[in-house]
Design a protein around this ligand. Structure first.
Ligand code: HEM
Ligand code: HEM
Length: 184
């Protein structure tokens, strides 16, 4: 499969970004730390929180690389469909990109404002780069939880739309994000 996208199918690089990101977002969601701030940052919760922060931080790095790659890569043509569908798809994809940035950034900003370092697996610490403003940090962390739920809902609707294209409209939209089978 070609690294670059063609007029019919997303290229290998975009497909890898897409599916690795989808798995990481789901894993980060499943390992989301809950409870009070004291509990989230207790030493007993360290390993689970570090795993969550590492998964989420990887999403941020991947989406930045993906947006960079997108500037060099074409997007496949849409199969014939009513004009409102590509418009909805563009809005949906734009919202997903916005959430892929906002979910990790709200977490990092929230943690820093609360006065906590971002702690990744392997003992990597990124100390606060913002002055402490604890109440604002608590609000930002709450927004992060809310956005973390929202991205799952939006991605779920997006996946349902992809399955609708495949099984009901029987067009190539879902196959364009899969390596197989050949498309013409
Ligand atoms: C796409 C990436 C991410 C997703 C989907 C996500 C999702 C979530 C969800 C759903 C919760 C709430 C869990 C619950 O209430 O049971 C949560 C909490 C949390 N997340 Fe994330 N998260 C992501 C990235 C990050 C990153 C990069 C960090 C690094 C700082 C992080 C740090 C936290 C922390 C510290 C909490 C607890 C919030 C609090 O203090 O109340 N998350 N996350
Ligand atoms: C957290 C999970 C997911 C996220 C964040 C996500 C995000 C995205 C984004 C941002 C795009 C736009 C790509 C671009 O043009 O730059 C896209 C395209 C696509 N996604 Fe997902 N996706 C997720 C899960 C899924 C799942 C589970 C499926 C299949 C069931 C799927 C199927 C597709 C398809 C077929 C396209 C191409 C759509 C088109 O060209 O109109 N995605 N996805």
């Amino acid at each position: 499969m070609a690294a670059h996208s063609t007029r019919l199918r997303y290229g290998a690089v975009t497909q890898l970004f897409h599916w690795i990101t989808a798995i990481l977002v789901l894993a980060a969601y499943l390992y989301g730390p809950g409870g009070s701030e004291q509990r989230v940052y207790s030493s007993a919760a360290d390993p689970a929180r570090q795993l969550h922060e590492t998964l989420g931080f990887s999403v941020l790095v991947l989406v930045l690389l993906r947006l960079l790659w997108r500037t060099f890569d074409a997007t496949p043509d849409n199969p014939p469909m009513p004009a409102w569908m590509p418009l909805m798809a563009r809005l949906g994809h734009g919202l997903l990109y916005a959430l892929l940035l906002a979910v990790p950034l709200s977490a990092i900003i929230g943690a820093w404002l609360e006065g906590h370092a971002v702690t990744l697996l392997g003992g990597i610490y990124i100390n606060p780069l913002l002055a402490q403003a604890h109440d604002l940090g608590v609000t930002t962390a709450a927004i992060h939880r809310w956005l973390g739920d929202a991205i799952l809902w939006v991605a779920g609707a997006h996946a349902a739309a992809a399955l609708f294209h495949h099984f009901v409209l029987k067009d190539r939209v879902l196959r364009s994000m899969l390596p197989m089978p050949p498309l013409e």
